[in-house]
Design a protein around this ligand. Sequence first.
Ligand SMILES: N[C@@H](CCC(=O)N[C@@H](CS)C(=O)NCC(=O)O)C(=O)O
Length: 214
Amino acid sequence: MKLYASPFACSFTVRVALAEAGLAADVVWVDLKTKQAQDGSDLRTLNPKGQVPTLVLDDRAVLTEVGAILQYVGDRVPGLPLVPPPASFERYRLQEWLSFIAGEVHKTLGVLLITGPAFDPTGADATRRLAQHLLPPRLDHIARTLDRGSFLMGEYFTVADAYLFNMLIWARYAEVDLTPWPGIGAYSARLAARPAIAPVLAEERDVRFAGQRP
Ligand SMILES: N[C@@H](CCC(=O)N[C@@H](CS)C(=O)NCC(=O)O)C(=O)O
């Protein structure tokens, strides 16, 4: 498998899921502005949306969209509860979380990242203000859930936690003050220390901050 990725983009979620699953994939870094990948290809030839994550399977089938890729990865290791069994009620609960994170958290934080001070030094941008207004009730919902269990689905780590963890890293980059939600901060610290996640985190930091991106 090959994973087209960019450091701390939402492809990080897939890297975390692969690591938790114990599955290997070659990571091909992509410059998201030019769409040029480290292997010389233009990402759009594989994924016309020009986005990461883009997963290329050994039979050359291409799979895109975080939620779909996460379920593909989880289903490769049915012995682990990374995704609940197909057609179980818990599987729909997982899909509920994946949809919520994608639609309500990922895109809201994406707006906050894109519309930072470099984009609008006044902070008056209407889209940014809307995102600032929308995010707290979503974090409230997540915090209430984490008050009831160690992970989003209760007492076991799933791919939804991988996705949320990625978004909490974005929240830090977007300078979202998470102190009103101490449970979320504690959860994020616990995930960062997981044996499968810590090395991926360190590698993405190296690539992002050592200027190794193509
Ligand atoms: N709906 C897509 C969103 C993917 C996405 O937003 N990827 C971003 C990085 S986090 C990207 O590739 N941005 C570049 C672009 O959209 O041109 C998914 O779930 O995979």
